[in-house]
Design a binder for this molecule. Structure first.
Ligand code: NAG
Ligand code: NAG
Ligand code: NAG
Ligand code: NAG
Ligand code: NAG
Length: 346
């Protein structure tokens, strides 16, 4: 009798322990990615670094797959395109320079922050954004070039929402051209971005949550049916005259931006970058997520730390009003090793 009672209570204990363990595994798996980012942000804030972390509402409803879906720049695989490398270095470069201040009164695209949604199209954003600016800076026309057109139609650029190569995007602009187009829902140009910004709040009736990854929309060689723009697609193709890359050299990069305007750059994203809020970013903690391409518009120095000024494509709600600063002169996260651009055709 005593024996049976012992076996019985031992079994109960075992069942209870197994149940508890199973529950813990379940809880761990379903713990929101958001919680991890919160811990990372605290670690950054407590470290002696040059930037501050915080909560970016963009990731509140996100998971690791949704976050990774944003890193669509292929850094390890090589594209079929090889661009000429340029290394021009001006004398007397200023200690700070911002394309938005230099050309921003004429060229409104410089102030724009786009939103790539849950699509790894950053490679096309960095290109279309910087080429819009350059079109205005060099030709005086304050237009927008379409990210949609580039993401959906450039086959040699890679895999659309599954990632692509900035240098191939520049090459495509020179050989094929891009039609005009701006943000989701803007029908003033030829082709608007067709992927809605994903929900930046826990509940939204309007936008889907930032989870998973969206498929690449099809390439359509006509303007959107609801577009009010009057120039037809074939006549709206804006081409470049020359695509090139810039040598991995701080002065050469500065010279290029000061002379011709913003460029597209790519770098490796670590988890701490997701939590960026202000200051000069440099990698502190977290694992590697993938390659990301963005638009570099200038440089400066903050409390003795040199930085690049960069415009991201994660909506203006992310980071410092959609922008960030990153350590300059040390190829931080590879930011100085993948600089590409093009000049518009006159
Ligand atoms: C923090 O970093 C700065 C710059 O690297 C250094 O001068 C300073 O000694 C550091 N402070 C502490 C408490 O580690
Ligand atoms: C980190 O520090 C910044 C600025 O001091 C603050 O706004 C933010 O809430 C902090 N975030 C965390 C997670 O500690
Ligand atoms: C940024 O997200 C908000 C929704 O949170 C949206 O209304 C806005 O249009 C987005 N910006 C861009 C550039 O798509
Ligand atoms: C579309 O964007 C342009 C700038 O590219 C802006 O001037 C215009 O007001 C926007 N139109 C709509 C309908 O949002
Ligand atoms: C406008 O038309 C495009 C396709 O031509 C479509 O993807 C988009 O959803 C439409 N936008 C609106 C606001 O109706």
């Amino acid at each position: 009798m005593k024996h049976t009672a012992l076996i019985l209570s031992a079994s109960f204990l075992l069942i209870a322990l197994t149940g508890f363990a199973t529950y813990e595994i379940f809880r761990f798996k379903h713990q929101k990615y958001h919680d991890r980012l919160k811990q990372i942000a605290e670690k950054v804030n407590n470290s002696n670094t040059t930037w501050k972390a915080g909560e970016n509402i963009k990731w509140i409803n996100s998971d690791i797959a949704g976050v990774k879906a944003h890193m669509g720049t292929l850094l390890n695989q090589k594209s079929g395109v090889k661009l000429e490398k340029v290394n021009r270095q001006a004398n007397n470069l200023p200690s700070e320079f911002d394309s938005r201040v230099q050309w921003g009164d004429k060229c409104s695209s410089l102030w724009e922050v786009r939103d790539q949604s849950n699509c790894g199209s950053c490679w096309a954003f960095g290109a279309a954004e910087s080429l819009s600016d350059r079109h205005c800076i060099h030709l005086g026309q304050d237009i927008r070039l379409s990210t949609q057109n580039l993401v959906t139609c450039c086959d040699e650029c890679g895999f659309g929402c599954d990632g692509g190569w900035p240098e191939a995007a520049m090459d495509y602009y020179v050989n094929n051209g891009l039609v005009t187009g701006d943000l989701y829902g803007n029908n003033s140009w030829c082709q608007a971005y067709s992927l809605a910004p994903c929900a930046h709040h826990v509940t939204s009736d309007v936008y889907p949550p930032c989870t998973g990854e969206l498929p690449t929309p099809p390439c359509v060689k006509s303007c959107d049916s609801n577009s009010t723009y009057t120039i037809p697609y074939p006549k709206d193709l804006h081409k470049g005259s020359k695509a090139y890359s810039i040598d991995q050299n701080e002065q050469a990069i500065m010279t290029e931006i000061q002379t011709n305007g913003p460029i597209e750059v790519a770098f490796t994203v670590y988890e701490d970058f997701l939590t960026y809020k202000s200051g000069v970013y440099q990698h502190v903690t977290g694992s590697e997520l993938g390659g990301h391409a963005v638009k570099m518009v200038g440089w400066g120095v903050e409390n003795g730390t040199p930085y690049w000024i960069i415009v991201n494509s994660w909506n203006e709600s992310w980071g410092d009003k959609g922008t960030f600063k990153i350590l300059r002169g040390q190829n931080e996260c590879g930011i100085e090793s993948e600089c590409v651009t093009a000049l518009p055709a006159y």
